[in-house]
Design a binder for this molecule. Structure first.
Ligand code: SF4
Length: 128
């Protein structure tokens, strides 16, 4: 199986514990979070709407909420992508191991996670 994921979602998925914007979003995110643990899953990276965004009520005209918010989201993606090779198709399990090793402290994610509304529900952020 092949997934397309935007940079910052590589962190969100690690912290996901069933909370989200609506039922449809949570169902899709839960499925993706299971799929990404399979040995047969590969991942392409992006800073645009991805397989998670496609079931999100915040996606409007291919933007996350609006032009201003979208800019912030894209810069969060690019912070993550700058530590990876965005042209490469990664094997999912290996990619998440790599990401875990790179983003392993609160300092390493401060430009990505600092203003996120999900801090109190995100296991990834809480464990840093
Ligand atoms: S549209 Fe925005 S809020 Fe929704 S999943 Fe994508 S990045 Fe997150």
């Amino acid at each position: 199986m092949k997934l397309v994921l935007r940079g910052h979602h590589l962190l969100c998925l690690q912290g996901f514990q069933g909370y989200g914007y609506d039922e449809n979003f949570v169902k899709n995110m839960t499925e993706i979070n299971q799929t990404r643990t399979s040995e047969n899953t590969s991942i392409s990276l992006t800073d645009s709407p991805d397989d998670i965004c496609k079931s999100c009520p915040n996606l409007k005209n291919n933007l996350c909420q609006n032009a201003t918010q979208n800019k912030i989201i894209v810069s969060m993606d690019n912070e993550v992508l700058s530590k990876l090779n965005p042209e490469m198709e990664y094997e999912s399990v290996e990619l998440f191991e790599k990401v875990q090793n790179i983003f392993n402290s609160k300092e390493s994610v401060n430009k990505i996670c600092d203003n996120c509304m999900w801090h109190d529900k995100c296991l990834f952020y809480q464990k840093l």
